[in-house]
Design a protein around this ligand. Structure first.
Ligand SMILES: *Cc1c(COP(=O)(O)O)cnc(C)c1O
Length: 444
């Protein structure tokens, strides 16, 4: 292998302790990576790779950091964004902690029901809700629709009238603020497809307010994902409160505010704000506004996804080959872009570490790549790693938008998932077999 380069593009891969979470630690000698007290190398041997492994304690801690940040300040529901990680065992764990849910499809609603959670605690967002999805959600008693267009409001009204079931609605408004994140995960700018513009919102509220089968519940905004700066939340809140004032002059009074999700996590060296730094200040601002305008304090919700599960999960993958081309070393692993899409999709950075740190093992700089037939199939680039074929690597911070974005590209089965919780190791999703993949294609 090529010797270690002193190239500035090389990312020091000795994982900074700060990027490992409280429940993910190297223990023993030689140092072996553990989640809580489970040795990840043993899990890789027992369950095979690629393998997603999650820490229940980390998920609970992250959820509680939200719940505790709001405690006693207002009536707040933390609605976990299901798309970040939708395994029903994780949904159940969060439901037991008291979470509500932010869903974006009928499938996600079915998942929270399968997890034993109440549909009444779900808010349904998404720009393209079909008649079938709206019908299903109304029949199940979904808590609220976060409506993203005037056309959708009309469609919900029609379905609700036909079923004879009033629908609770909030408008997802687009506050046109720059969340300063990757363009693919910014959602609160006026050029994004999400939400209803501030200009149009009064008209849509007026329609909903007058319709016998619509009940105006609240207002919602979600400005983007992986935010590492809190200021866009305050800008968005200012605009939402100004809109509420305007609506009040038209006799439309909103009693619920949903401020979305989007707080970032540390993948490399980011310093995202903590819920305790942001939520109390947002709540204080709302309280001040309510007091000034002589209104009751509205109830609130937040919709975090990534910051609940992102750093609670790792993807374990075995090194198959070490290959050297003219200018590069490749560590070819058994996980690929179909297992973890984020690097291919956003050029996202994930920390990588061998599960066992052996002191005298020679290191080199590698691109960690999968077997899929795409040059975009890489998981990490330019990392200094001391590895040999057969070693297992952990791709860090893979708990959010990992398995939920997985596909069968190249007819690869999706990875198994393990949840470590309260001292137990549980297989929460079986490895997908080729029979699983072929099932929908048979007997046509
Ligand atoms: C994706 C999404 C979230 C969660 O975003 P995170 O960045 O994972 O916290 C919240 N609300 C809506 C409407 C979303 O689409």
């Amino acid at each position: 292998m090529k010797p270690l380069q002193s190239d500035s593009t090389v990312q020091n891969n000795q994982v900074a302790p700060s990027s490992l979470s409280r429940h993910l630690q190297f223990l023993g000698s030689p140092a072996k990576l553990h989640i809580e007290h489970a040795d990840l190398q043993s899990l890789a041997t027992q369950f095979g790779t690629p393998l997603y492994v999650y820490s229940g304690a980390e998920i609970r801690d992250a959820f509680q950091s939200y719940a505790q940040a709001c405690k006693g300040l207002a009536e707040v529901t933390i609605c976990y964004a299901v798309k970040a990680n939708s395994n029903i065992h994780i949904l159940k764990l969060l439901a037991d902690e008291g979470a509500g849910f932010d869903i974006v499809s009928a499938g996600e609603l079915a998942r929270i029901i399968a997890a034993g959670a109440s549909p009444a605690k779900a808010v349904f967002a998404g720009v393209g809700k079909t008649v079938e999805e709206i019908t299903y959600a109304l029949n199940q008693g979904v808590g609220c629709f976060n409506v993203e267009s005037e056309q959708e409001m009309h469609r919900i009204a029609e379905v609700a009238e036909k079923l004879g079931k009033p629908a609770k609605v909030s408008l997802r408004v687009n506050p046109d603020v720059d969340a300063k994140t990757h363009p693919y995960i910014s959602t609160g700018l006026k050029e994004n497809k999400f939400g209803i513009s501030m200009q149009l919102a009064p008209r849509v509220y007026a329609f909903a307010n007058a319709h016998p089968f619509l009940q105006v519940h609240g207002i919602d905004c979600h400005i983007g994902s992986q935010l590492t700066d809190a200021s866009p939340y305050f800008d968005a809140l200012d605009r939402v409160l100004a809109l509420l004032d305007q609506l009040a002059t038209q006799g439309i009074h909103i009693h619920h505010l949903d401020l979305g999700g989007g707080i970032g996590i540390r993948y490399r060296d980011e310093t995202p704000p903590k819920p305790a730094d942001v939520l109390p200040k947002l709540i204080e601002k709302i309280r001040h506004w309510a007091a000034q305008s002589g209104r009751a304090m509205p109830s609130l919700s937040f919709e975090p996804g990534r910051s609940i599960v992102g750093n609670a999960g790792v993807l374990l993958t075995q090194v198959e080959f070490l290959k050297q081309n003219e200018d590069k070393n490749f560590a070819i692993v058994d996980a690929a872009m179909n297992d973890l899409m984020r690097p291919a999709m956003y050029e996202a950075f994930h920390g990588v570490t061998p599960l066992i740190i052996e002191q005298d093992k020679p290191s080199a700089v590698y691109d960690v790549v999968g077997p899929v037939c795409e040059s975009g199939d890489w998981l990490a680039r330019n990392r200094e790693l001391a590895v040999a074929p057969g070693d297992v690597l952990a791709i860090l911070s893979a708990g959010a938008y990992g398995q939920t974005m997985a596909s069968n590209y190249n007819s690869r089965g999706r990875a198994a998932e393990i949840l470590i919780d309260k001292g137990q190791v549980r297989l929460i999703r079986k490895r997908e077999t080729i029979e699983d993949q072929l099932r929908c294609e048979q007997n046509l």
